[in-house]
Design a protein around this ligand. Structure first.
Ligand SMILES: [Zn+2]
Length: 304
């Protein structure tokens, strides 16, 4: 047994890479489904001839379980198109195991990172989108793919379905506080860009992990990240040892429990989230993506 291994180097990872979880599939409209492996979440769409699948899930085994669940839902239809929501391996790392012959659509920045990363199993996009808003037709389905700027990961594409009044944006806002360390969330513009999605007409939000929510839940999620950012800045003023987990967890719990203690995972995750956020202010953010005009990222340095 030898699975595509992403960036793992040890053979000890093989059982992790091969594990095939139960997938939970939920129909959202006549043509649209959401699917979860218990943690991560994605969507897939019935096209005119085949299936358009967003992302791949995070291991070869999970990608195979995804393919099987799609086939159980829409028997006899091939996954003809995969759309990467962003570059991260836990969401988009294993198209080679999901649908090796599919066309793959991704944002330009996402494609450049994937090219340079060369992770085993993460296939290079075949169609690259540049810019902030794309109205494209794929397999008879009109799609609105949106990238307002760096939010999470590289080249994050959200999908807005006007007909369903539904927004899918992976690994950005959650309906809970299970954000962990917020790796690769670009805090300088994150909440501003995410709140911009509220200008669109939608009622249902599908996040890249955990449960669905509505506009109120999405707004509360934006408020939470903003409140963590605010409290973390106050922690500097009050000389909290911002590099240490326990003091930061205690400080944030004290400041935010009244407003956000109801969020699932708050007590377990707010300390870790705070450690990441203070380093944004301490160090200046995540390279070029956290500058006021983040459009320069990778610019023309990488040729696809
Ligand atoms: Zn991610």
């Amino acid at each position: 047994m030898s699975e595509n291994r992403g960036l793992f180097t040890t053979d000890k990872a093989q059982p992790y890479l091969a594990f095939e979880p139960e997938m939970a599939v939920q129909q959202l409209s006549e043509r649209l489904w959401t699917i979860s492996d218990g943690t991560c979440r994605s969507i897939f769409i019935k096209g005119r001839d085949g299936v358009i699948a967003f992302d791949t899930f995070g291991t070869p085994g999970r990608a195979r379980a995804y393919a099987r669940a799609v086939n159980d839902t829409l028997p006899g239809r091939e996954i003809g198109t995969v759309i990467y929501s962003h570059d991260h391996l836990d969401h988009a790392g294993f198209a080679a195991d999901l649908a090796p012959g599919a066309a793959i659509i991704a944002d330009e920045i996402c494609a450049k990172v994937i090219k340079l990363r060369a992770a085993e199993g993460q296939l290079q996009p075949t169609r690259v989108l540049s810019g902030s808003e794309h109205r494209i037709s794929v397999d008879g389905v009109d799609l609105a793919l949106l990238n307002p700027g760096p939010t999470h990961g590289s080249g994050n594409l959200a999908a807005w379905f006007a007909e369903e009044k539904l927004l899918f944006s992976s690994d950005t806002i959650l309906a809970n506080a299970r954000y962990g360390l917020l790796p690769d969330i670009h805090l300088a513009n994150f909440v501003r860009f995410m709140r911009g999605f509220l200008d669109l007409d939608w009622d249902t939000f599908v996040p890249g992990r955990y449960d669905l929510t509505d506009r109120a839940g999405f707004s509360h999620g934006c408020d939470y990240i903003e409140a963590v950012q605010d409290a973390c800045q106050q922690a500097f003023v009050e000389f909290v040892p911002i590099w240490a987990y326990e003091p930061m967890r205690g400080y944030l719990m004290n400041k935010l429990a009244d407003r956000f203690g109801d969020l699932d995972g708050f007590a377990e995750h707010v300390g870790l989230t705070a450690i990441r956020v203070v380093h944004h202010y301490l160090m200046g953010g995540w390279s070029l993506e956290d500058t006021p005009e983040p459009g320069y990222l990778l610019a023309d340095a990488v040729q696809l």
